[in-house]
Structure formats: C-alpha cells, structure tokens
Design a protein around this ligand. Structure first.
Ligand code: ZN
Length: 160
C-alpha cells in the first residue's frame, strides 16, 4: 500500500476596510479585505497548515514568522509554492484537498473555479482534486457579523 498521511488546517482573519480581499489567490471585489502580515489569504493559509500538519512540519507561523519584514504583504500563493517545494523535496505529493471558506459576504461562488485553478497550478493537481466549499455563518458570531472570514482544510498526502 502507498504510504499516506492526512492533515488539517484552520485559519481566521479580521475583515477591515482599506485592505484587498484575496482568497485562493483571487482578488475579490468587496468593501473590506482581510487584515494580516501577508496578503491574509485565509484559504491558502488553512491549506498550508493542512499540508504542514500532515507531515508534522509545524505550522505556517513557524515557517513564515509575522515579525519578518520579508513576508510583509507577500502573496500567499508564493508561500504555498515554498511549502509545496519543501514537501515535494521529501518525496510527497498531494492526493486531494477539501476545504471550506466561511464568510457571510461576499458571494464566493463566482470565484471558486478560479481559486481551484490557481491552487491546481501551484500544486500540480487536477482541478477535480481540489474542493472548495463556501458557507455563510448564518449571521452568527464574528464571521456572521462581517468582522472575519474563516477557512478550514483537509489534505491527503501520498508518498511518491
Ligand atoms: Zn492566516
């Protein structure tokens, strides 16, 4: 049997005006964006943590500290590229990814395909290997009150 591993990732960022909203490498038109040291792409951060977690390689904050100026406003697509290069080097490939974006607004559906295409390109996967589901938080809590967006992700890794 092929050697497999599974990992889970979670992230949340605050929504604030004056920031771009970038999810899955897609710039989404909206009156607010996510606050963070990098571009605060909460979906990619959750996926990165799932990949790192699957191989017990700590987490995104350890790899890319938020007090390091070289990661300020960096595109999270570039961070994902770095993480993928690391795991590939160790002989792993990604089997599939499932993920949730939890946002009260804006509507994610028009952008999901582009996000899947962006991730597939970086991670050398087919689009069908990447699932991104979008949910609201039924107006509850910080996410429901438009103060934050959350994401979680599960990744299956396969030894090449
Ligand atoms: Zn994050």
């Amino acid at each position: 049997m092929e050697k497999i591993r599974v990992g889970i990732g979670y992230d949340i960022h605050q929504l604030q005006s004056g920031r771009d909203l970038i999810l899955g490498g897609v710039k989404i038109p909206f009156e607010k964006g996510l606050l963070g040291h990098s571009d605060a792409d909460v979906l990619i951060h959750a996926i990165i943590d799932a990949i790192l977690g699957s191989l017990a390689m700590r987490d995104i904050g350890t790899l890319f500290p938020d007090n390091d100026a070289k990661f300020k406003d960096i595109s999270s697509v570039l961070l994902l590229e770095k993480v993928y290069a690391l795991v590939k080097e160790q002989g792993w490939k990604i089997g599939n990814i499932d993920s949730n974006i939890i946002a009260q607004q804006p509507k994610m559906m028009p952008h999901i395909m582009q996000m899947r295409e962006n991730l597939a390109k970086v991670l050398e996967l087919d689009i069908e290997d990447i699932s991104i589901k979008a949910k609201t938080n039924e107006k509850l809590d910080a996410v429901g009150e438009l103060k934050a967006i959350e994401a979680n992700s599960v990744v299956l890794m396969v030894k090449k």
